[in-house]
Design a protein around this ligand. Structure first.
Ligand code: NAD
Ligand code: UFG
Length: 345
């Protein structure tokens, strides 16, 4: 299939590009590089042995999207592009509504103009808010999010559901990711946010390699077995494979569907720290801090709909996730310090 990946140069998009190229799809990456590096396309090519097309562009540029979709005869879109920092979204809500919401409207209009009917959307477990029950199934109520980022995800899902009612020939799959971590086993692509990481794993990795001095553990008084927050971590390669399966599903289905992508079990912050210590052979110094605003105690999913509908199940465990994240951190810190050997060895 000829597939356009908006935000395809980012963390999840780049891993999905590798999986799709390896499966024989034609891949076009469309990204404004606001949170990614132009070198990623070479790394994807090195891993997959085939070069995707890269177009530097913004999803708010409807004309460029129309030109790209039509000239490349695109059959399906995977829509990753968006801003994703929860804290930043509270400080700069307009940026989030403009980029994520207005950007998505521009994309959906371009798709309509070009007759592209298949769409996979990067949604998030954040649409469930504070869970009333665990594990979370797709029929659990979605709730008002606690921040503008989360609201854009829910609003886009709702907009897509309306579009699917208006045009029954559309095929739309909203993938609700739980907590993607890890990296491609080559260490060539992974997650390396600019500045101080917001998310647990990139932070832990930088503490392990000595790029940051210590981890702050936000809250040890939650109603969880060890008091720290519990999440359903999923290897980014499992997630990428989930997109390939969703694309197959979209090629023969119609309508709007939401599907959880997670492993179906939770790990606490302390359990993640211990797994990372095992994978890296490094001690992770940490300090207990008060809870972080807007955090929930625990979430994990029931991934059985993904198994039934898409024929997908996560196959990598927390040790695989930490091993691959550590390998990427070692290679990335070596690349950034231009040294021949990694500081992590
Ligand atoms: P990422 O920031 O690594 O990738 C997003 C990509 O989109 C970046 O390359 C960025 O340059 C690009 N982009 C942003 N705005 C754009 C615009 N206006 N036009 C064109 N390109 C634009 O993030 P990621 O972790 O790969 O996340 C991908 C998607 O998955 C996002 O929509 C995110 O909200 C969603 N998601 C991520 C997580 C997570 O924990 N990583 C969890 C749930 C959902
Ligand atoms: N945590 C720490 N210290 C840190 C960072 C995180 O203790 O430095 C804790 C958090 O309090 C939480 C857990 O680690 O208990 C996971 O936090 P993350 O920031 O890694 O992930 P979140 O679950 O808060 O959010 C992530 C993405 C959201 C997405 C959500 C669900 O950041 O965009 O997963 O997919 F919506």
């Amino acid at each position: 299939m000829r597939v356009l990946l908006t935000g395809g140069m980012g963390f999840i998009g780049s891993h999905t590009a590798v999986v799709l190229l390896e499966a024989g799809h034609e891949v076009v990456l469309y990204d404004n590089l606001s949170n990614s590096d132009a070198a990623v396309v070479d790394r994807i090519t090195e891993i997959a042995g085939r070069r995707p097309v890269f177009i530097e562009g913004d999803i708010r540029d409807e004309n460029l999207l129309v030109e790209t979709l039509s000239s490349r005869a695109i059959e399906a879109v995977i829509h990753f592009a968006g801003l994703k920092a929860v804290g930043e979204s509270v400080e700069k809500p307009l940026d989030y509504y403009d980029n994520n919401l207005a950007g998505s409207i521009s994309l959906f209009k371009a798709m309509r103009s070009c007759g592209v009917k298949k769409l996979i959307f990067s949604s998030s477990s954040t649409v469930y808010g504070e869970p009333a029950q665990l594990p979370l199934t797709e029929s659990c109520p979605t709730r008002k999010a606690t921040n503008p980022y989360g609201r854009t995800k829910l609003q886009i899902e709702e907009m897509l559901s309306d579009l699917a009612v208006a045009d029954p020939s559309l095929s739309i799959v909203c993938l609700r990711y739980f907590n993607p971590i890890g990296a491609h086993p080559s260490g060539l692509i992974g997650e390396d946010p600019n500045g101080i990481p917001n998310n647990l794993l990139p932070y832990v990795a930088r503490v392990a390699s000595g790029r940051l001095p210590e981890l702050h553990v936000y809250g040890n008084d939650y109603a969880t077995p060890d008091g720290t927050g519990v999440r359903d971590y999923i290897h980014v390669m499992d997630l990428a494979e989930g997109h390939a399966k969703a694309l197959e599903y979209a090629s023969h289905s119609r309508g709007w569907t939401a599907v959880n992508l997670g492993c179906g079990r939770g790990y606490s912050v302390l359990e993640v720290i211990h797994a990372f210590e095992k994978a890296s052979g490094r001690k992770i110094p940490y300090r207990l801090e008060p809870r972080r605003n807007g955090d929930i105690a625990a979430n994990w999913c029931d991934p059985s709909l993904a198994a039934r509908l898409l024929g997908w199940k996560a196959s990598r465990n927390i040790d695989d996730m930490c091993r691959d994240a550590w390998n990427f951190e070692c290679r990335q810190s070596a690349r950034q310090s231009h040294s021949e050997t990694s500081c992590c060895k």
